[in-house]
Design a binder for this molecule. Structure first.
Ligand SMILES: Nc1ncnc2c1ncn2[C@@H]1O[C@H](COP(=O)(O)OP(=O)(O)OP(=O)(O)O)[C@@H](O)[C@H]1O
Ligand SMILES: [Mg+2]
Length: 460
């Protein structure tokens, strides 16, 4: 349960507000003047402060300063009487979340509180992400000089300027989230929030209220009002990750929001304006889903206004050395290790590895190796990716190393395709989905590897 500190000298108002807050599921601490307010802030355990501006002893501004000094991430909402708006504006400049002019509708205050708390939660999540090894602080560095990745970066830079909806397409681990972040930061909305939601990670029943919010009592368990991600991303960017996983009823609701530019909270009666720039991403072949009627065609066209394909690592192996260097520098620093590079033998193994999990797999491999590494250079044994891990057929023993790496990739791919095709009873679009490649890529590969029965299989 979240705790709200209410600093208000007028007993009647304090009573009404604390009842309303408790009714909304918050724990309330009361303080009747500035000094008591500051003391309660110092004691800790407060998630949000609502304070009157004019108070006996010390003012609301002093309470705000005490919060900013001690725990700046705690939002402070000021209540002001008519005539002190100027001071309130000054307070916002000093870091208050917002102010609300008296007299006000308690419901309006409640909305402000929920928005502020949800923002704080996201901020905390973001901080955790930033501290995570894999997360990066500041503008994300997109490594890659090859033609395919440069084209993708160039397209991203160009489209960033407007408000166009962007669809990022790429296999798992290719950098879709990285691109989404870069796009937002290059856009005119860079100083507004980038709010993300992973449609695959949230249970179906909860996703609707995560996206659009809900009113109190909208369904069993909806104890308070919840602000959805669409509202939180207002004026900023919303990143809908794994959009291919949205179920068909939510697809209809999403489409309506995109068309009307307004959100209706679950159980709500009025629409809320939503000014959001949308970036969607998927590792699925959405067109194949459209063909199977699993994804709405109209939504597909709404999302696919401008698409950027992020190439898999195997199609840009020339970027491997730069990526390896980048991850070594980044991870060694975070882990405080003295690793500076890769031994030639380890490099050969990395160059031959198929990396079906793309950049993320490479990044994880480097992280593991750095943890195990005892010297300055990553050695084959640190990598745990010896060639026998993925193949040890004769084919690898003939020709040069470059041939071996290509052959290894082809062999693994061909085997995977055959296995998955047979699991899917020859249904290529299902197989493509399972393999996380586009239908077209699968067809090309079936032809290239002359996979048996490939041409005889039924086309969906
Ligand atoms: N070109 C790149 N340069 C530097 N780092 C990269 C690059 N591409 C990806 N990464 C890093 O690889 C990891 C995976 O990238 P990201 O999470 O963006 O992939 P994704 O496409 O969203 O994957 P998934 O579909 O599995 O969610 C991240 O840590 C990201 O920072
Ligand atoms: Mg992702």
């Amino acid at each position: 349960m979240e705790t709200i500190l209410l600093v208000e000298d007028l007993e009647s108002l304090a009573g009404v507000l604390s009842l309303a807050l408790e009714g909304a599921g918050f724990q309330v601490l009361l303080a009747k003047d500035g000094v008591e307010g500051i003391a309660k802030v110092r004691k800790g355990g407060v998630d949000l402060v609502v304070t009157d501006l004019k108070l006996p002893k010390k003012s609301g501004l002093d309470v705000l300063r005490a919060v900013k000094e001690q725990t700046p991430e705690i939002p402070v909402i000021l209540m002001t009487a008519h005539g002190s708006i100027e001071t309130a504006v000054k307070a916002v400049k000093e870091g208050a979340y917002d102010f609300i002019a008296k007299p006000f509708d308690p419901d309006h205050l409640m909305l402000q509180i929920e928005k502020a708390l949800e923002k704080k939660r996201l901020l905390t999540e973001n901080l955790i992400l930033k501290e995570n090894l894999t997360g990066q602080i500041g503008f994300p560095k997109i490594i890659g000089k090859g033609k395919l990745i440069s084209d993708a970066t160039e397209k991203m830079r160009k489209v960033a300027q407007g408000k166009t909806t962007v669809l990022l397409l790429g296999e798992s681990g290719t950098g879709k989230e990285l691109f989404a972040r870069a796009l937002h930061l290059l856009s005119p909305r860079h100083d507004k929030p980038l709010v993300s939601i992973n449609c695959a990670a949230i249970p179906k029943d909860l996703l609707e209220s995560e996206l659009f919010g809900h009113e109190r009592g909208a369904f069993t368990g909806a104890v308070g009002r919840k602000i959805g991600r669409f509202e939180l991303a207002d004026k900023g960017t919303l990143f809908l990750d794994e959009v291919g996983e949205l179920d068909i009823t939510l697809q209809a609701k999403l489409l309506r929001v995109l068309e009307e530019g307004e959100v209706m909270r679950v159980g709500g009666v009025t629409n809320v304006k939503s000014d959001v720039r949308l970036i969607a991403a998927t590792n699925r072949d959405l067109l194949a889903r459209v063909a199977r009627k699993e994804f709405r065609e109209d939504l597909y066209y709404r999302l696919n206004v401008f698409s950027i394909v992020i190439p898999p690592l195997r199609e840009r192996r020339e970027d491997l050395p730069a990526l390896i260097d980048h991850f070594i520098v980044q991870i060694a620093k975070a882990l405080k290790k003295e690793v500076r590079g890769v031994s030639p033998e380890a490099m050969k193994i990395l160059s031959a590895h198929p990396f079906t999990g793309n950049v993320r797999e490479l990044q994880n491999a480097i992280e593991r190796a750095i943890i195990l590494c005892e010297g300055n250079l990553l050695l084959p044994q640190d990598l745990g990716l010896t060639p026998s891990n993925f193949q040890s057929e004769e084919i690898f023993l003939a020709g040069g190393l470059a041939d071996a790496s290509g052959a290894a990739v082809r062999s693994v791919e061909s085997k995977m395709i055959q296995k998955v095709l047979s699991e899917c009873g020859g249904n290529k679009s299902r197989a493509a989905e399972k393999l996380q490649v586009s239908y077209k890529t699968l067809l090309t590969k079936i032809k290239e590897y002359q996979i048996d029965g490939g041409s005889k299989m039924k086309r969906f």
